[in-house]
Design a protein around this ligand. Sequence first.
Ligand SMILES: Nc1ncnc2c1ncn2[C@@H]1O[C@H](COP(=O)(O)OP(=O)(O)OP(=O)(O)O)[C@@H](O)[C@H]1O
Length: 352
Amino acid sequence: MTNHLQIKGLWYHYGDGSAEGWTLQSINMNLQRGELVGLLGPSGCGKTTLLRLIAGFEQPVRGTICIDDHEVASSRGMLPPERRSIGMVFQDYALFPHLDAWRNTCFGLRRGQDTSRAEWLLEMLGLADLRHRYPHQLSGGQRQRLALARALAPGPSLVLLDEPFSNLDVEVRLRLRSELAGVLQTCGASGLLVTHDPQEALAICDRVAVLRNGELHQCASPSDLVQKPATPFVGRFVLQGNLLPLNMGGEHWLTPIGPLSKPTEPNAAKATELMVDDQALQIQQDPRGEALIQGREFLGSHWLLRVELGNHTLRVRQPLERPVKTGERCFVAFRAGQKGLLFPGAIPCPLC
Ligand SMILES: Nc1ncnc2c1ncn2[C@@H]1O[C@H](COP(=O)(O)OP(=O)(O)OP(=O)(O)O)[C@@H](O)[C@H]1O
């Protein structure tokens, strides 16, 4: 595969940067032809800003953006959006209310351009019979598919999708997101998908880039992210892991949950934090317990508990057959046979 999009040393701030500082800092990433890459991070971390730079609505302060090895943006100059062969899909669809589905789909085509691709897209996306309807006469899922058809109709090689499923109900969202990769593949387009939902990114993307406060923490395949999160933030945000501080204590490390045997791995000596997932912890209800059950969620196959221990809030998985109540006290312990990850380095470490 070849690099389709390449972002090198990209820095950006709005205005003169004096108010908020950098919005994006030293971003390096690439997207290979045909790939679907997720851009994941909490609200305000810079995801939409990065899309706007790639699309050509903002200009980098430092660094370069290349498409197919051609520089399209740097501090020296930039190619206008319409010359970048990029399609965009926004979370609010941004359809034209006064145009019917067919004319919305064909909006980006040049006068006289072949419309067979637009026809094919409407057919493939199940909209062919709705071509004369206006956006207000379509359901949310149909509007979102129309937005995708409109973005793909001019034959862009790259599609930027900004939270395209966020306004849809669960069923439509799950169906559309599972169709997305196939639709892009059939159209020969690469995709960059902004989302703040880790499950969504891991479920459908070839690789996922994790941003925080304008910095790229990791860009890796879903399985690499899960097995080897580069930073504690990636572990906490993507894997919803519990992060615990480590203190030296002779032959053991001390954690707020209990002692941990020191691993033999040499790099482990530098560890300062331990990440454990919700399955690696267990509770024992006891009125004398130092922890407090603050909340519980029913997740079908188990409960997910929110447990306060000192100044830590832990996520603990609890079997359905052992129900607990909010407000009960408990002890927290590591579950036998489970592993955690030591940071820095994401070094696996047995818990008991
Ligand atoms: N036009 C603007 N002028 C000044 N600051 C802006 C502008 N647009 C966005 N910002 C700021 O830049 C930062 C990044 O915003 P951005 O919209 O890229 O975040 P995001 O990750 O897409 O967030 P969300 O998930 O909430 O959409 C935020 O602090 C935001 O307030």
